[in-house]
Ligand binder design. Structure first.
Ligand code: FE2
Length: 331
C-alpha cells in the first residue's frame, strides 16, 4: 500500500470571480483516480506551506475530487495541514453546533429557510479563527451554496465609493450588541445560550467572563442576556497596503434577527453613533456582486482564510450536511 504521489491541478468551476486577472476562489482538483487518503495526507503535508500562502493570496481554495467521504476522512485531511485547532467550546460564537470529532462539527444548525449573511467568522468577538474548513458531506436538493466574498476587494470598492464611512470605520471601530437566550434555541442562527457561550452555569460566572472580555451587559426579565462588546476594529490590515473589511457589519445589520434580536440595534460605531441604513444596504449589494457561491458537490472541501474572505449560507431544500472546522490564530 503505497503513499503514491497524487496529481493535483488548478481547475475551474462555473461562476468563479476574477479580480485583477486572479481567479476567486482557487480550485484544486485531484486527478488521480481512486487516490488513497494516505497519499492525500502526504501531499498536503508536503504542500502545506504553499497551500497556506495560496489560501491567503486567493482568499479561498476549493479542493475537488479528493477522497474525502466521511467526517473522519475530513479530520485526517485537516490534520495534515498542522494548523492549531480552534475549539467551539472556547469560542464566543452565537451559532448552535454539534461536534463530530474534536475538530469537526456541523456548520450552523439554523433552519433551511434562514439565510446566513456574509460574515467573517466571529469578527464580532475579540477571539476569532484565522482560517476555516468547510466540507460537503451531502449537498442540498436545491440551494444551500456557501457564498464567499473577498473582503479586501470589498474594502477597496468601499474606499472608492464611501470614503467617509470607511474613515469612520477605521477611526471609531464598532460595538456589537446581541441578546442570548437562557437555553439553546435551534430555530435561530444565533441561538446559542449565554451559558454555553460563556461556559458558565451561573450568572456570576458569566459576569466574571464578561468582565474579563470587556463586555457590558444587562439581564432581561425573561432570563436572556443582552451584552455589548468592547469597541472592536472594523478594518484589518493583513499585510502592508492590503486591508480587509474585517467586521460583522453586513450580518449584524441585515441578519441578526430572531425572536429576541432587532438587527437595526445590533451594531453601532464605537462612539455609539448609528450607521446609515442606506450605506449599509449599498455595502451589502456590493458584497453580493463580488460573491462566489460554492456549488457544493459531495466530497468538496474548502479552505477559507477568515481574515481575507467572508462566508455565509444560502437557503436550501432537502437535507444539507456541511461540516466545518476552525483554525486558531498562529501562535
Ligand atoms: Fe460562519
Amino acid at each position: 500500500m503505497g503513499r503514491d504521489s497524487i496529481e493535483v491541478v488548478a481547475s475551474s468551476v462555473a461562476g468563479q470571480q476574477s479580480f485583477d486577472g486572479e481567479l476567486f476562489p482557487l480550485v484544486l482538483e485531484c486527478r488521480t483516480a481512486s487516490a488513497e487518503l494516505q497519499s492525500v495526507e502526504q501531499w498536503i503535508h508536503d504542500s502545506r506551506v504553499e497551500l497556506d500562502q495560496q489560501a491567503r493570496q486567493y482568499g479561498a481554495i476549493l479542493f475537488r475530487g479528493f477522497p474525502v467521504a466521511t467526517d473522519q476522512d475530513l479530520d485526517t485531511f485537516i490534520r495534515a495541514f498542522n494548523y492549531p485547532n480552534f475549539a467551539y467550546q472556547d469560542s464566543l460564537s452565537n451559532a448552535v453546533r454539534v461536534n463530530r470529532s474534536e475538530r469537526v462539527f456541523t456548520a450552523n444548525e439554523a433552519p433551511s429557510d434562514v439565510t446566513i449573511c456574509l460574515h467573517h467568522e466571529m469578527a464580532q468577538t475579540p477571539v476569532y479563527p484565522s482560517r476555516l474548513f468547510f466540507f460537503c458531506e451531502q449537498p442540498a436538493e436545491q440551494g444551500g451554496a456557501t457564498p464567499l466574498c473577498r473582503s479586501d476587494v470589498l474594502f477597496d470598492r468601499l474606499l472608492g465609493e464611501f470614503p467617509e464611512f470607511v474613515a469612520d470605520c477605521e477611526s471609531k471601530g464598532l460595538l456589537y450588541t446581541n441578546i442570548m437566550p437562557a437555553e439553546n434555541d435551534p430555530t435561530s442562527g444565533m441561538g446559542r445560550s449565554w451559558q454555553s457561550t460563556f461556559r458558565a452555569e451561573t450568572r456570576e460566572a458569566a459576569e466574571t467572563r464578561l468582565k474579563n472580555l470587556g463586555y457590558s451587559w444587562e439581564w432581561l426579565p425573561d432570563g436572556c442576556l443582552r451584552c455589548t462588546t468592547p469597541v472592536l476594529p472594523a478594518v484589518m490590515e493583513i499585510e502592508p497596503g492590503r486591508k480587509t473589511f474585517f467586521n460583522q457589519l453586513i450580518a449584524a445589520f441585515h441578519g441578526w434577527k430572531d425572536s429576541r434580536n432587532d438587527p437595526t440595534r445590533a451594531v453601532t460605531f464605537g462612539d455609539g453613533s448609528v450607521l446609515n441604513p442606506a450605506t449599509m444596504d449599498a455595502i451589502a449589494r456590493i458584497a453580493e456582486e463580488l460573491t462566489f457561491n460554492v456549488p457544493w458537490q459531495k466530497g468538496d472541501v474548502a479552505l477559507v482564510d477568515n481574515r481575507v474572505v467572508m462566508h455565509g449560507r444560502r437557503t436550501f431544500s432537502g437535507t444539507r450536511k456541511v461540516l466545518a472546522s476552525l483554525v486558531a490564530m498562529d501562535a
